[in-house]
Design a protein around this ligand. Structure first.
Ligand code: GLY
Length: 254
């Protein structure tokens, strides 16, 4: 069964972490509605929703992707780079232990799940403001016995690796070449984002379908020209919290 772990938007989202974006007003009610629509999209694509308890005092708690990486064999609990986000991990651990054996990134390592792109047995990890060398070395040690290979990737001017590159097909990646060097992904088919669209590389592959922000119409056309099936969502409010479509769920086979 395909599981999607999500969490309600916190009313304190207006105090979220921001790294590359200016703070803008977030319409909390609209953010909630959009998040519910996103959850319904996951359900329509065959996911069983497993919702975490709300964390009203943790502004970024809706962005569950950053708290864990779920592989087929184990889950790795992250140690988020932003200290304010570390308390989010506790309830995620409680939930994930019903699905997987748990491993974790320990101090001094830091890592956000948004920096971790798993494609088959290859795990790309962005060197970012949130993910440090100690975290990457730990991840390599934790997963190598399961047959995974970890590769560090340089990124530019964006929060996470998955702001710059995501998986949109079994062997196909969507890449923003202004944020990450496409040459680092030469084993894959690569679709580049439209040069006029920023923050357009974050897509969420669920089964054979890609969940994608409605706003990026030209990059969407590129994906469709490639034969990729798209379902669009409006994430205008959480995008103001520096989010994409991968950030608000952890999707895996139980
Ligand atoms: N607001 C999402 C993050 O910075 O982690």
């Amino acid at each position: 069964m395909r599981i999607a772990i999500t969490r309600p938007v916190s009313p304190s989202i207006v105090e979220c972490q921001l790294t590359f974006q200016e703070r803008q007003p977030i319409d909390f009610d609209l953010a909630n509605q959009q998040h519910r629509d996103y959850e319904q999209c996951l359900v329509a694509l065959g996911c069983k929703l497993d919702r975490l308890p709300a964390e009203p005092d943790l502004p970024d708690a809706v962005f569950v992707e950053d708290t864990a990486v779920v592989l087929g064999e184990v889950a790795i609990l992250m140690r988020p780079g932003a200290e304010s986000r570390r308390p989010e991990v506790r309830s995620v651990a409680e939930k994930l232990k019903t699905y997987r054996r748990l491993l974790r990134i320990e101090p001094p390592g830091t890592m956000d799940g948004g920096d971790v792109l798993c494609v088959g047995r290859q795990i790309f990890v962005g060197r970012s403001r949130r993910t440090n060398a100690a975290g990457i070395a730990q991840l390599q040690n934790l997963v190598q016995d399961y047959g995974y290979c970890v590769q560090a990737v340089e990124i530019r001017d964006c929060l996470h690796l998955k702001s710059a590159v995501t998986q949109v097909g079994r062997d196909t990646l969507l890449i923003d070449p202004t944020r990450v060097d496409p040459a680092g992904f030469e084993d894959f088919n690569r679709i580049e984002t439209d040069p006029g669209e920023h923050h357009a590389a974050n897509a969420l592959l669920v089964g054979e379908t890609v969940i994608y922000p409605r706003v990026h119409v030209r990059t969407r056309q590129r994906l469709e020209n490639y034969g990729i099936t798209i379902r669009t969502v409006n994430i205008s409010e959480l995008a103001k919290a520096e989010s994409g479509v991968t950030c608000s769920s952890l999707v895996f086979e139980s």
